[in-house]
Design a protein around this ligand. Structure first.
Ligand SMILES: NC(=O)c1ccc[n+]([C@@H]2O[C@H](COP(=O)([O-])OP(=O)(O)OC[C@H]3O[C@@H](n4cnc5c(N)ncnc54)[C@H](O)[C@@H]3O)[C@@H](O)[C@H]2O)c1
Length: 304
């Protein structure tokens, strides 16, 4: 298939691009490089530098495309709390603009990077896809809004839309600036022998999904149609402090912990049921935390 990956110069998009190419698909990447790197884009892909809000660029990028994997977006939750309008403009309006251009150019399929943030604080664990949507920050609200637009574009224009709600992705290639995610910050601190910044004394429970497993799911769902929603997680909740212990074991030493206390707005525990995706396409996470951390530490040893 001919696939357009928006945000393909970013952490997750660059992995998805590579796996698509390995599977024999043709890939174009549309990215404004606001937070991505052209060096991260596989040289077999065609990189188009442009914004999803730019109708002219998007129209040109969509020419001859069979499906869009839409990953472009701003991703920092505290930033979204400080500036919800910027997040809405980029992530919601930008996506609706992309959808309209898809409608006008006859592109009928989209896979969307959503997030566990749409669930807010869950009532029940593991979280199933039919759990209540109640985002507790503007980033999550943007994801939930886009999901609604996708549902409506499926209903009105027959665009196939597959929503993938990621839990906590980690792995090689994560080069965010600023980096707000736990695992890269823990590893970078450990490797530079600096104190590890830690909220809630690491008692929070999260579902850490290795990047290669997450990226593979996008290829697995390409054949689906209609409007469908799937969680992407490991079905296992891990305490954040146990991730740190595992990192210490792998590097072979410990560094001090910088206790940052309690951070308002953090969800105490979340992890996914991914049974729905397993049933639909046979997808299952394969790389366990220990192996994923080893590969990730190896990446930062050579890229810090
Ligand atoms: N990383 C995570 O923990 C996580 C979790 C859940 C969902 N997601 C979603 O997955 C997607 C990819 O996340 P990531 O971690 O790779 O982020 P990233 O910042 O590494 O990649 C996003 C890319 O989108 C590009 N971009 C942003 N706005 C754009 C615009 N208006 N037009 C064109 N390009 C634009 C950026 O330059 C960047 O390369 C995002 O939609 C994010 O919300 C990420």
């Amino acid at each position: 298939m001919k696939i357009l990956v928006t945000g393909g110069a970013g952490f997750i998009g660059s992995h998805v691009t590579r796996l698509l190419l390995d599977a024999g698909h043709q890939v174009a990447v549309l990215d404004n490089l606001s937070h991505g790197y052209k060096e991260s884009v596989d040289s077999r892909a065609k990189l188009l530098v442009g914004d999803i809000n730019d109708r002219g660029k998007t129209k040109a990028a969509l020419k001859g495309i069979d499906a869009v994997i839409h990953m472009a977006g701003l991703i920092v939750v505290p930033e979204s709390v400080a500036n919800p309008t910027a997040y809405c403009d980029n992530n919601v309006i930008g996506t609706v603009s992309l959808l309209e251009t898809m409608r006008n150019t006859g592109v009928k399929k989209i896979i969307f990077s959503s997030s566990a943030c749409v669930y807010g604080t869950p009532d029940k664990l593991p979280i199933m896809e039919d759990a209540q949507i109640k985002p507790d920050n503007p980033y999550g609200a943007c994801k939930a809004s886009v999901e609604s637009f996708l549902q409506s574009f499926n209903a009105v224009y027959g665009i196939d839309a597959v929503i993938l709600r990621y839990f906590n992705p980690y792995g090689p290639g994560e080069l965010h600036e600023p980096e707000t995610h736990a695992i890269p910050n823990f590893i970078k601190s450990a490797l530079s022998k600096k104190p590890i910044p830690l909220y809630w004394q690491g008692e929070q429970i999260r579902d850490f999904i290795y990047i290669e497993d997450l990226a593979r799911a996008h290829i697995d769902v390409l054949g689906l149609s209609g409007y469908q929603v799937f969680n992407i997680g490991t079905e296992t909740g891990v305490k954040v402090k146990d991730v740190i212990s595992e990192i210490f074991k792998i590097v072979g030493y410990k560094v001090p912990i910088d206790d940052l206390g309690q951070r308002p707005g953090d969800v105490a525990a979340n992890y996914a049921s991914s049974k729905k995706l397993q049933k639909a396409v046979g997808w299952k996470a394969k790389v366990d935390l220990k192996e994923g951390l080893k590969r990730t530490i190896d990446f930062y040893r050579h890229n810090s």
